[in-house]
Ligand binder design. Structure first.
Ligand SMILES: [Zn+2]
Length: 124
């Protein structure tokens, strides 16, 4: 696996999180990466974090990394934005190193936030 920091996706993530008022997301502690060489063909993106015990062991606060796999590049702009929204929604209000799960991060809720994003951008 190879990982590259994705400054363009980092900017899109900032824009989405701030427009949608995701105040609990500390965007300085969310980093976007592109990954290459994964054997997983179906996955578009995934959210990683560092658990509470390892935070204590290393002496750092919670951080999240959003990994965008090669398949992400083939999506339309709209589907890419939805993917970024989906991954941000996995970050809980506590920003503590856990995740919200797919009962909340579901297509319906992603679509609602995506529509809100378009409206706020004046494209709805
Ligand atoms: Zn998910």
């Amino acid at each position: 696996m190879k990982y590259e920091f994705a400054s363009d996706l980092q900017m899109r993530m900032y824009e989405i999180a701030s427009l949608l008022g995701m105040g609990h997301v500390d965007t300085d502690r969310v980093k976007c990466f592109r990954s290459y060489g994964s054997s997983t063909k179906r996955t578009i993106a995934r959210c990683h974090t560092i658990g509470k015990l390892m935070q204590k062991a290393i002496g750092v606060k919670a951080h999240y990394a959003i990994e965008f796999l090669e398949k992400f590049e083939k999506l339309s702009r709209e589907e890419q934005d939805k993917t970024i929204i989906h991954e941000l929604m996995h970050i809980p209000k506590s920003f503590g190193g856990g995740f919200r799960h797919h009962n909340f991060v579901c297509e319906k809720n992603v679509d609602l936030l995506h529509q809100k994003f378009l409206n706020l951008k004046g494209m709805g």
